[in-house]
Design a protein around this ligand. Structure first.
Ligand code: IFM
Length: 436
């Protein structure tokens, strides 16, 4: 709804895809109706999840998906990004996605499944190359079952975070602290992506992307040491995952650290994409290493890293402590266009959102409003952006934070599982109406 604080948003192009995102492990629950994932095992270890919770019930979406599809329809989104639980499919539960996709289609909401959003079946391991082959077989199974109704596919969600938090720093499942020895997990996920693209294409899919998290990296100063540290961080978080996909090569010095026949794998990894998904939350301000304890977004960082993360001063922060920097989205997208040129396919913002408590969530409205304006500036600057998905439809299980961080447009009472649309839900609905 347009107010003095939020005048009407500029018009986005006809056919622009408007959506919201969720992921299986964060909302589905019904854990006893599927096989276990690495996240079930991780959450069962004392001290891993801040509030001691698990995702066994979460939003109970598996049993309440009709109510959630009705919320999507009422919101007026054209698309819904959800993820398919590989453990659920392995244990014979693919029928749930059949029903979900049917209900979405009946409601006029385009289903956009992500095939992997961190809930690896327990027993599989991204350090093993074989996991990539298994992923391709699973992708073929899902495409065979849903491909008659699903056009738009996402292979992986945020392999960067899954590698960094899960394999390098050990604060997400599977809880490994391998630091730079975690790089094979990144390579095997990228290989899995490429093999899955081939499997999806073989099943007739023509609209395939990936959801990668990216953000601008700002040097803490113009000093050479800070600039070099920021460049290193940019390689780690951005280029390590975008260069192989879009250019068919790793940044200098990285390929040598990867396992297997990297040159042959890169040909698979660089299978052409129909679009490129960007998850954006905030930029990083990076400087040379500093003495003393370091952290990133509340995650303690080990000593000895060749960079340090610095506070972005003078900005509001979300409940998670993340700085609110809408223009970082414009900078990121125009920077990607400049860096990758015509190798960059059309872009879709596959996640953007913020954690705040409460149902009258004016801060979330301000956050989304600011980011949509920033996105429009990227369009004006010539970036081919085709869609925008809010993270998230529902408050959910926010990984190691448990249920304390609320990203939803819809409030979930985790005692009763009652859904209550927040002020931001009403605001976004009006935005979507005005864009029709
Ligand atoms: O909740 C996560 C999501 O699973 C992946 N992207 C970032 C979100 C907020 O932390």
């Amino acid at each position: 709804m347009a107010t003095d604080a939020h005048p009407p948003l500029p018009r986005f192009p006809a056919g622009f895809l408007w959506g919201v995102s969720t992921s299986a492990h964060q909302i589905e629950g019904a854990a006893d109706e599927r096989g276990p994932s690495v996240w079930d095992a991780f959450a069962a270890e004392p001290g891993r999840i801040k509030d001691g919770s698990t995702a066994a019930v979460a939003c109970d979406h598996c049993h309440r998906h009709r109510e959630d599809v009705a919320l999507l329809a009422d919101l007026g989104v054209s698309a819904y990004r959800f993820s398919v639980s590989w453990p659920r499919v392995l244990s014979g539960g693919i029928g749930f996605y059949d029903r979900l996709v049917d209900d979405l289609c009946a409601a006029g909401v385009r289903p956009v499944p992500t095939l992997f959003h961190w809930d690896l079946p327990l027993g599989l391991d991204w350090l093993e190359r074989d996991t990539a082959e298994r992923f391709a077989a699973y992708a073929a199974t899902v495409a065979g079952r849903l491909g008659d109704r699903v056009q738009k596919w996402i292979t992986l969600n945020e392999p960067a975070e899954h590698t960094l938090l899960g394999h390098a720093l050990g604060v997400h499942a599977p809880g490994r602290r391998l630091l730079f020895d975690a790089l094979p997990a990144a390579h095997h996920q990228l290989l899995a992506h490429g093999l899955a693209v081939r499997a999806l294409r073989a099943s007739g899919a023509t609209d395939i992307g990936i959801a990668n998290s990216h953000g601008p990296t700002w040097p803490a100063s113009g000093e050479k040491e800070d600039v070099e540290a920021a460049e290193f961080y940019d390689v780690l978080l951005n280029r390590l995952f975008a260069d192989p996909l879009l250019l068919g090569r790793y940044p200098d010095g990285v390929g040598e650290l990867m396992p297997g026949d990297v040159a042959a794998d890169l040909e698979v990894i660089a299978e052409p994409l129909d679009w490129y998904g960007v998850n954006y939350y905030a930029p990083a301000r990076v400087g040379a290493p500093q003495a003393g304890p370091a952290e990133s977004g509340g995650v303690p960082l080990p000593a000895g890293l060749p960079f340090s993360l610095r506070e972005i001063e003078g900005r509001p922060v979300t409940d998670f402590g993340w700085p609110v920097v809408p223009e970082g989205l414009t900078e990121l997208l125009t920077g990607f266009r400049d860096r990758y040129g015509d190798r960059l396919p059309p872009v879709v913002v596959t996640e953007n959102g913020c954690s705040y408590p409460g149902v009258d969530d004016q801060e979330r409205i301000a956050y989304l409003d600011g980011h949509l304006r920033a996105l429009h500036r990227a369009l004006e600057a010539g970036v081919d952006v085709r869609g925008y998905f809010v993270w998230s439809l529902l408050d959910n299980f926010e990984w190691a934070e448990g249920y304390a961080r609320r990203f939803g447009l819809v409030h979930v009472d985790f005692a009763t599982l009652e859904r209550t649309p927040k002020a931001s839900y009403g605001w976004f609905r009006e935005v979507l109406r005005a864009q029709r």
